[in-house]
Design a protein around this ligand. Structure first.
Ligand code: M6P
Ligand code: ZN
Length: 191
């Protein structure tokens, strides 16, 4: 008779709990250069949490063939008229892909190819997003509650933040006349 065992990882009541779960907290003060309205930024408590990520990292980072799994909790808020958002990244191995899916709240997944063409996909509970190779990805919360979304990506994908830190996305998601609008970025460099 074979033994049937319990899993050692749970996604329950909106929380990822178990072995090899790591949590990252990103506060306003950790996100230098991300938002462009400096006057509004200076009015926000630097310890304000913008997002948290709980990740199940069972594999060694960089191992080919494995998967990572994460839940991101992106808080509602704005800096000026720009919505709270994740840093956004390309994958260090540029051809690696990823799934995102909406769990609660609402927002926009902002996608940019290597020629800096940008588009946005709405995220909502049940939405599913396949992020193809060579596409930078970032999420903004357009709602009034936490936006949580799941992610699953290859353990050898890695994160490349440098290109985004240097050049940003070519569009920013702003609230204009009560509506979320992807507006062309005015400045290219925002480091
Ligand atoms: C998702 C995944 C993670 C990523 C996180 C936050 O959970 O894509 O790999 O780290 O979102 O996004 P970022 O790294 O761009 O801040
Ligand atoms: Zn990714």
């Amino acid at each position: 008779m074979k033994k049937i065992i319990l899993p050692n990882i749970y996604y329950s009541n909106g929380l990822l709990i178990g072995n090899n779960v790591e949590k990252v907290v990103r506060k306003i003060k950790d996100l230098n250069g991300l938002f462009d309205d400096e006057a509004s930024l200076n009015k926000i408590d630097p310890d304000t949490i913008v997002y948290e990520v709980s990740s199940h990292l069972e594999e060694k980072e960089g191992r080919e063939g494995g998967l990572f799994f994460g839940i991101t909790y992106l808080y509602p808020g704005k800096v000026g008229n720009e919505y709270f958002m994740t840093k956004g990244h390309y994958h260090a191995k540029i051809d690696r892909t990823e799934y995102y899916w909406g769990i609660e709240g609402e927002g926009v997944l902002i996608l940019m190819d290597e020629d800096r063409n940008v588009c946005g996909e709405k995220i909502f509970p049940g939405s599913l997003h396949y992020i193809k190779s060579g596409i930078a990805h970032r999420v903004a919360n357009t709602g009034t509650q936490i936006l949580s979304f799941g992610a699953c990506w290859p353990s050898d994908a890695g994160h490349c933040y440098d290109t985004i830190a240097k050049n940003g996305f070519s569009a920013r998601l702003r609230e204009i006349n009560g509506t979320a609008v992807l507006e062309d970025s005015k400045k290219l460099l925002y480091v």
